[in-house]
Design a protein around this ligand. Structure first.
Ligand code: SF4
Length: 301
């Protein structure tokens, strides 16, 4: 097939847009969308220290590669990478190896923090206790805490994460399924006063397209996946959304657009609330005792 914009061979067909794109036009298309999201979500200021949450997987590696490409001429900004080692056997060490390789190639500072050093246990330890909740429930809460706390310590003015369209739409669906309007509200790009602002520049790019971009950019693709992923509700929702997308191209974008419209229609719900502070650790929390402290107590028991 030929590229819809020039006569070169296409490397991708986008069923939702009807476009065939060659390598150059595809990369340009992805980078244009990422720049648009960056402009939409943040205003860069001289002296900004941008901390990128890097797992070493394709999404965060491609994101770091792009940010470095966009900002390497800006001597007034600093890009720093932060990785979290949750302690998951046969998985995380591989992506961290990739994280070390890409940061060393791009000459970007990398800081790695582990659940074990921060909390005294690993994700494997949590799973070995056989709790009813899916491992991701614990993992997400603890990882968010490490990223937030360490980003602050690193002097971050913004935290940039690699959530892609699939991740964002899965989260929207999960919260619809749970009827959790408060979490839906917090998903919107925008800033909760108590946290370092979080930016998601890949939120409008399908996961598959980031994988192709990463491949074209020469970023090694990791084949190992987290052994606990299948136990989560997200895994079921992901399969369901992929099935919908295959049968009805554009479904993921429709869910995202529908969510954005809905949030605009709900001013009372979307009004920014200030978070309280956890009685135990003093971190911002929606409840009296934060989720991290609840997990710590559970693990001590
Ligand atoms: Fe953690 Fe779940 Fe992701 Fe595995 S799949 S790294 S357990 S959030």
């Amino acid at each position: 097939m030929r590229c819809s914009r020039c006569n070169k061979t296409a490397v991708i067909y986008q069923p939702y847009s009807g476009l065939h794109l060659c390598e150059a036009h595809f990369c340009e298309h992805i980078e244009r969308k990422v720049k648009k999201e960056l402009r939409r979500q943040m205003v860069l200021k001289p002296g900004d220290r941008l901390v990128v949450a890097l797992s070493g997987g394709k999404d965060s590696s491609a994101l770091l590669y792009m940010l470095n490409k966009f900002f390497s001429v800006r001597t007034d900004l600093e890009l720093v990478a932060l990785a979290v080692d949750e302690g998951i056997r046969d998985y995380r060490h591989e992506t961290l190896r990739n994280a070390r390789a890409i940061t060393s190639e791009l000459d970007i500072e990398l800081h790695i923090y582990s659940f074990y050093a921060e909390f005294g246990f690993t994700m494997d330890d949590i799973v070995s206790r056989g709790y009813e909740q899916a491992p991701c429930t614990f993992c997400g809460v603890l990882r968010r805490r490490v990223i937030e706390r360490k980003a602050r310590e690193l002097g971050a003015t913004k935290v940039i994460t690699a959530h892609n369209l699939d991740d964002v739409v899965q989260t929207i669906m999960i919260n619809y399924i749970r009827g959790d309007i408060e979490r839906l509200r917090r998903l919107r790009p925008g800033h909760i006063a108590e946290f370092v602002p979080r930016i998601k520049p890949l939120r409008s790019i399908p996961e598959k397209e980031i994988a192709i971009y990463a491949h074209l950019a020469g970023i090694p693709l990791i084949t190992a996946g987290c052994p606990y992923a299948r136990l989560s509700l997200r895994f079921t929702v992901k399969r369901m959304l992929n099935e919908f997308e295959m049968r009805h191209p554009g479904t993921k974008y429709s869910v995202l657009r529908g969510y954005e419209r809905l949030m605009e229609l709900l001013p009372a719900v979307t009004e920014q609330k200030r978070l309280a502070v956890c009685e135990r650790c003093g971190e911002p929390s929606a409840s009296r005792i934060c989720k991290v402290c609840e997990i710590l107590e559970l693990m001590r028991g």
